[in-house]
Design a protein around this ligand. Structure first.
Ligand code: GLY
Length: 372
């Protein structure tokens, strides 16, 4: 997959006012310059960063913003899904007001998916909307949550229950930022990367499998993937861009991006968000594939291929929670109505469909997804 070193890769998304996703190693060193280009009237940037991302990236990005002529107001978020709540969101809004940000200014969300979601929601609602820039520092955020304009916080009743569709003005993906990520957090992002292959691109999926398989002994996943990361991110965000342009507001095709997430979100909920999103999605992917095979939607060979690939990436393929618990948790999903839920069911690796099932049948689908 690795080719000649490219210049900045650019994927344009025609949603909202339209924006670019820029991908390049070392891009964070030019963050200020790139942000000033898309926010020419801004005099101030609120840099919203989680505590984990701040140490390696906060000061360099802020320094760069100052060099580009923007003053910075820094807000450090408490990390983790447990903190993606109304309390922290309200506190962030007050901070933006106290910092006297205007609609000409901008917000930069620097961190993983939680940071992007909560900071994006604050940007979408403060002064009825100010421009914001996503600067994802995890693989998961680069390939999924920073793209497409979904912003949200969780409510006690469930995940992402309060939010807004609001597209960013720019997304800056610098694969070098992943160097400082713990391996487990990097692996989490790999679950979302694999998801795109299962949804839309068998060849891409097989390349991902080969990358993990051909690792030399002692080589970490991150090391094995390093030279291909720009291309992998570009492939994922291009696939997501095509979906978002078709269905920005999640009425049809975009629901397919939820592959593995109905069971995955249920696992996260049962673990009280102690289990990471990516690892829960991995288990959810394997479960829906086995259920699809047992119910005659897909060949068992493809379900096993997916399971094997997730395992090559060191990701889980099952959960300890009972079907009853998982079914109850899945009902807190915002996509579930009282009577029916749309499951994303693989037909083969590279082709999935939405299947509407009655909620009373959910438990049986979960049971069908148990290990062979
Ligand atoms: N993360 C799924 C979506 O953006 O629709």
């Amino acid at each position: 997959m690795a080719g000649k070193k490219q210049k900045t890769r650019c994927v344009h998304v025609n949603a909202g006012k339209g924006y670019d996703i820029l991908i390049r190693e070392g891009l964070l060193s030019y963050a200020g310059e790139e942000i000033a280009k898309v926010c020419p009237k801004a005099v101030k940037a609120a840099v919203v960063c989680d505590a984990n991302a701040f140490v390696p990236h906060g000061e360099p990005v802020e320094g760069d913003l100052w060099d580009a002529g923007l003053s910075c107001a820094q807000y450090i978020l408490k990390p983790g899904e447990q903190n993606k709540n109304i309390g922290q969101y309200a506190d962030l809004l007050s901070f933006l007001a106290e910092s006297r940000l205007t609609r000409d200014d901008c917000l930069a969300a620097l961190g993983g998916g939680v940071t992007g979601d909560i900071a994006g929601f604050a940007a979408a609602t403060y002064l009825r909307g100010i421009p914001y820039i996503q600067i994802p520092t995890t693989l998961l955020a680069m390939v999924d949550s920073s793209v497409g304009g979904k912003t949200a916080v969780d409510l006690p009743a469930g995940k992402n229950l309060a939010g807004a569709f609001c597209q960013p003005s720019l997304v800056l993906c610098d694969p070098l930022a992943l160097k400082t990520l713990p391996d487990s957090v990097f692996r989490d992002g790999c679950a979302e990367v694999i998801k795109y292959g299962v949804l839309y691109d068998r060849e891409f999926f097989l390349k991902l499998k080969a990358l993990a398989e051909n690792r030399t002994s002692g080589q970490s996943l991150k090391q094995a993937m390093a030279k291909d990361l720009e291309e992998i991110i570009e492939t994922c965000v291009s696939l997501k861009r095509d979906v978002v342009e078709q269905d920005e507001f999640d009425r049809g095709e975009r629901k397919k991006l939820n592959l593995g997430h109905t069971f995955g979100h249920a696992i996260e909920h049962c673990s009280n968000y102690g289990q990471s999103h990516g690892s829960a999605v991995a288990a959810g992917l394997a479960m829906i594939a086995r259920a699809a095979a047992r119910k005659g939607y897909m060949d068992e060979a493809d379900a096993r291929l997916l399971e094997e690939t997730l395992q090559l990436y060191g990701l889980p393929v099952d959960t300890e929670y009972q079907a009853e618990q998982l079914a109850a948790a899945a009902m807190t999903d915002k996509k579930a109505s009282q009577y029916a839920i749309d499951l994303v069911v693989p037909r083969s690796i590279g082709n999935c469909e939405l299947v509407r099932i009655e909620t009373k049948d959910l438990k049986e689908w979960i049971e069908a997804g148990r290990p062979w």
